[in-house]
Ligand binder design. Structure first.
Ligand code: GUN
Length: 279
């Protein structure tokens, strides 16, 4: 029987731990504060931003919401980021992506001071991760590590295969699994024989953005499967990059969609916000 890795339950545990830390900080006169900037009103972004605000409220983190119009210029956004960089009462800054096409994400990400970059997207933090130094780590891959650890799944010495090489998930996921002494392979759209590689995995992390792409032919008997994808299917149900029903009898453990990796991303963002006080 495959174990279903319960991201909802584990993220709840993390949020409850953080709630205690935040209230202890408040007793010392420190109010943990996150500034969240959204440019335009992309519906998916609005849902994500709303969920982040809700999590802040639950934990007791003060959140400052900046809802800017689609027409905001790059200069205006940079000016706001600079203002927040300089505010002593703001610990974390998050600019929700994607940004409108006329704004270059790269410049905005670089403008956030690394010590407030709770998303872990700034090249300084990415570089720190790659050489094993302290810094903010991208929330989704950090959440995957936490899910595995809290489910009692050891990474040490395991064959870890990642499908997808994005800056936000695939690449930092590789670095984190390596930090935990996994043997890491990252696959992508140009990988020659994908199945041959994924079948080697003891731990397979899938983040390629194609609904139900990974079927039982891609996996080894007893593998641990982590599904980072999320899609709305034709039947209006949410599904991941993994065909859950197809693989369930072959895996030893799997994250469901929804209720797997998704809630962990927000829990790790909250974790980073609390850490930001120390930066
Ligand atoms: N858009 C999709 N995922 C993310 C995320 O983790 N952080 C930010 N800032 N934007 C996103």
């Amino acid at each position: 029987m495959a174990a279903i890795i319960d991201g909802k339950k584990i993220s709840q545990e993390i949020k409850d731990e953080l709630k205690g830390k935040v209230s202890a900080l408040r007793e010392k006169g420190i109010e943990v504060t996150l500034a969240v900037i959204q440019v335009g009103n992309d519906p998916a972004s609005s849902v994500y931003v709303g969920n982040k605000k809700k999590a802040c409220e639950y934990i007791g983190i003060r959140s400052l919401a900046y809802e800017l119009s689609e027409e905001t210029t790059q200069e205006e956004l940079l000016k706001l980021v600079e203002e927040l960089n300089n505010r002593e009462d703001v610990n974390g800054i998050l600019v929700q992506l994607p940004l409108p096409a006329h704004i270059q994400e790269e410049y905005i990400i670089k403008a956030i001071t690394p010590i407030k970059d709770v998303d872990g997207f700034h090249p300084f933090n990415v570089g720190a991760l790659s050489i094993g130094q302290k810094g903010f780590v991208s929330c989704t891959p950090a959440g995957v590590i936490e899910l595995l650890k809290r489910s009692g799944i050891s990474i040490n010495g395991k064959e870890c295969v990642i499908v997808g090489r994005s800056n936000i998930v695939g690449k930092p996921m590789g670095l984190l699994l390596l930090r935990e002494n996994g043997t890491v392979t990252i696959c992508h759209s140009k990988t020659k024989d994908l199945k041959e590689v994924t079948k080697r995995a003891d731990i397979l992390v899938v983040a390629l953005g194609k609904p139900k792409f990974i079927t039982k032919e891609f996996i080894k008997e007893g593998a641990v499967l982590v599904d980072v994808g999320i899609h709305r299917g034709e039947d209006n149900k949410l599904c991941g990059d993994v065909d859950f029903d197809d693989v369930i009898d072959k895996v030893s453990a799997i994250t469901p969609v929804p209720g797997g990796v998704g809630p962990m991303t927000i829990a790790m963002l909250m974790h980073n916000c609390v850490e930001s006080v120390r930066m």
